[in-house]
Design a binder for this molecule. Structure first.
Ligand code: ATP
Ligand code: MG
Length: 186
């Protein structure tokens, strides 16, 4: 009963946030942030969970990247969701987090795992609210199926994009891109 009520609280909170985003009633606290710091924080937070499951987290962040204009707490939420998924849906191996400047105008972040993967036929739906791959499979993992819907909206609303590729039994890779803008024209 305790577990179910905790899950319900989590669900109501997520659903409320998502509705606010969709109704445009959601405000961001935009400032110049160093995304490396955010990602370091998140990997530190997620590290314990990974260790408990015997998973490695490998972090490779290009040095001296320009700051980006975004909401630090919301970015933390984005990467925590992705990294927690990578841990939750992996039985072995490593979660790779990589950040680099892909060209002059954007920053690229990969969150890749060596987990159970997602079937090609399910990939188009994973950003939908309440969608969970093979419900019976997912029940064992906890969660409500709102995480990626929130991630998708948060990335979009901050001017970024998110893409996913996956291979069942091998792993999943999320690629995020955020535009670099000059400080004169935020
Ligand atoms: P929560 O709302 O707690 O995040 P959730 O993890 O089930 O619950 P999402 O994060 O939205 O929900 O993910 C949707 C579904 O996509 C998951 O149920 C899972 O089946 C699949 N999925 C997401 N990330 C991965 C991953 N890295 N590897 C394999 N499957 C994944
Ligand atoms: Mg999730």
């Amino acid at each position: 009963i305790y577990q179910e009520s905790a899950r319900l609280t989590h669900l109501i909170h997520d659903l409320f946030e998502l509705s606010k985003m969709e109704e445009g009633k959601f405000s961001f606290n935009l400032e110049w942030i160093d995304l490396s710091e955010v990602i370091e924080q998140v990997t530190l937070k997620a590290g314990l969970k990974a260790k408990e499951k015997g998973l490695e987290i490998s972090v490779d962040l290009q040095k001296d990247l320009p700051m980006i204009y975004a909401d630090g707490l919301r970015m933390e939420q984005v990467f925590l969701n992705l990294i927690e998924n990578a841990i939750r849906y992996s039985e072995k191996g490593t979660v790779f987090v990589q950040m680099k400047r892909s060209n002059s105008s954007e920053i690229l972040i990969n969150v890749e795992d060596t987990g159970i993967g997602i079937p090609q036929t399910e990939l188009p739906y994973i950003f939908d609210r309440f969608y969970r791959v093979e419900k019976s499979r997912s029940r064992d993992f906890g969660g409500t199926g709102l995480g990626l819907a929130i991630v998708n909206r948060l990335v979009e609303l901050q001017g970024g994009t998110i893409e996913v590729s996956s291979q069942v039994g091998h792993g999943t890779c999320f690629v995020l891109r955020f535009p670099l803008i000059s400080k004169e024209e935020p």
